[in-house]
Design a protein around this ligand. Structure first.
Ligand code: UGA
Length: 434
């Protein structure tokens, strides 16, 4: 099939490359000429394992192209997939400006029947409104499809090529069949629903995963007080198939460009129809508070006085294997420390440059090596569970620190890793060691 993907962010770029890998002819379009130029030079604007190799292969085999010229790409395709951003507005509601702009441009380029699918996360009813918008500009025939995306950053290629399920929202059998045919090589688990339900599946899935995380984080907080170990609790819960083991890792709260945005948007979607989503409000509140978990531990250790201390930060990305720092818990933690007179030193294996651009304050010592962060530090806080940190030589680490204090915000280390060291060690929802 001939496919145009509009938007070369995480979702658009990964999907475009993977559709090409399935043997389709794909053109990825973006308004950002700089990004398209990079892609044409064989450079990938995001850090995503395996993506460059797959993009190179499909370009050299002639199935993948990049352009800024939307109308030409649309005219040459049977399926147009919108994967532009839907960033949050101050109210939490998704901003649909890019979706609407792209819809108008598609309408003006229409030259015969096409399927127009929205992969971007959009509020319930958006597909219908976009279809009306296009219909108001063109009499060319088309069908509208909701095609929510479930890939995770850091494992986006794998998630796209081996999905748990594909959800297709359609109001017409012919278009639904064509989309089923497109995705059949990926999985047999294809769920065809009406358009509104497909839009809702995306928000409900992210909200549920966020709920699991906030739930286990609250259990962790209680474990700390009653002397239980949340990793054991989560393991014991996870064997129950009705609960499932995934997304029960306690930590410093979820971040990234999806859960924070989509949970707030769903609260807003519910609010728009006079429904207060009380459970999800609490999930968001718990998540916000969990980011301060590390700070509370530092304050306990230092008797409430952090001023004048040197504190090292390991990990700035919102999770490992990505350079994405959008809504990363590290931001608020570092800002709090800086505002309270702490000298902060920070390192991340991949996301350092992105974080520097994102972080609004002066005065942080940015380090190129993990060990440099620890040098003369009063405490070290691990905020992202990169493998590099798990593999660190803790004796060497201790030898360069002013005080051997480790706050592990992601439960990376086990008790036996700390044996033979003098670390005062605090993690999340597990007994402290000192
Ligand atoms: C998430 C969903 O997992 C994807 O299915 C979805 O497609 C995507 O959002 C999206 O809507 O585009 P992503 O944000 O890339 O994917 O990352 P996750 O791996 O889900 O992690 C999100 C956050 O939750 C991270 O900050 C991570 O550290 C945290 N997390 C995750 C926990 O604190 N505990 C866990 O057990 C799992």
């Amino acid at each position: 099939m001939k496919i145009t993907v509009i938007g070369t962010g995480y979702v658009g770029l990964v999907s475009g490359v993977c559709y090409a890998e399935l043997g389709n002819e794909v053109v990825c379009v973006d308004k950002d000429a700089g990004k398209i130029e990079m892609l044409l030079e064989g450079k990938i604007p995001i850090y995503e394992p395996g993506l460059k190799e797959l993009a190179d292969k499909n370009r050299s085999e002639g199935r993948l192209a990049f352009t800024t010229v939307l109308d030409e790409a649309v005219r040459g395709s049977d399926i147009v997939i919108l994967a532009v951003g839907t960033p949050p507005m101050p109210s939490g509601e998704a901003n649909l400006t890019y979706i609407n702009q792209a819809a108008l441009e598609i309408a003006d380029a229409m030259n015969g029947y096409k399927i127009i699918a929205i992969k971007s996360t959009v509020p319930v009813g958006t597909n219908e409104r976009v279809a009306e918008l296009i219909r108001s500009r063109t009499s060319e025939p088309f069908d509208s499809i909701s095609l929510p995306e479930f890939l995770r950053e850091g494992s986006a290629v794998k998630d796209t090529l081996y999905p748990d399920r594909i959800v297709i929202g359609a109001d017409n059998e012919k278009a639904a069949d064509a989309m089923v045919q497109l995705h059949r090589p990926l999985t047999d688990q294809i769920i065809v629903t009406d358009i509104r339900s497909a839009e809702m599946i995306k928000y409900a899935s992210n909200a549920f995963l966020a709920t699991k995380i906030s739930f286990i984080n609250e259990i962790a907080n209680i474990c700390e007080k009653v002397g239980a170990d949340v990793t054991k609790v989560a393991e014991g819960m996870g064997y129950d198939k009705r609960i499932g083991a995934s997304f029960l890792k306690a930590g410093i709260g979820y971040g990234g460009s999806c859960f924070p945005k989509d949970t707030r948007a769903l609260i807003q979607i519910a609010g728009n129809v006079d429904y207060e989503f009380k459970l999800l409000r609490s999930v968001v509140e718990v998540n916000q508070d969990q980011r301060m978990n590390v700070i509370r531990k530092l304050e306990t250790i230092f008797g409430g006085e952090l001023r004048g201390k040197t504190i090292g930060i390991w990990g700035l990305a919102f999770k490992p294997n990505t350079d994405d720092v959008r809504d990363t818990p590290a931001l608020e933690i570092m800002q709090y420390l800086a505002d309270n007179g702490v000298k902060v030193k920070a390192y991340d294996p991949i996301a350092l440059d992105n974080f520097k651009a994102y972080y609004g304050k002066e005065g942080v010592v940015w380090c190129d090596k993990a060990l440099d962060v620890a040098q003369d530090a009063d405490a070290l806080c691990l905020l992202t569970e990169w493998d590099e940190f798990a593999e660190a030589d803790l004796n060497l680490l201790q030898s360069v620190m002013k005080q051997a204090i480790l706050i592990d915000g992601r439960n990376v280390f086990k008790e036996e890793d700390l044996l033979g060291t003098d670390f005062i060690y605090y993690s999340v929802g597990r007994p402290s060691l000192n």
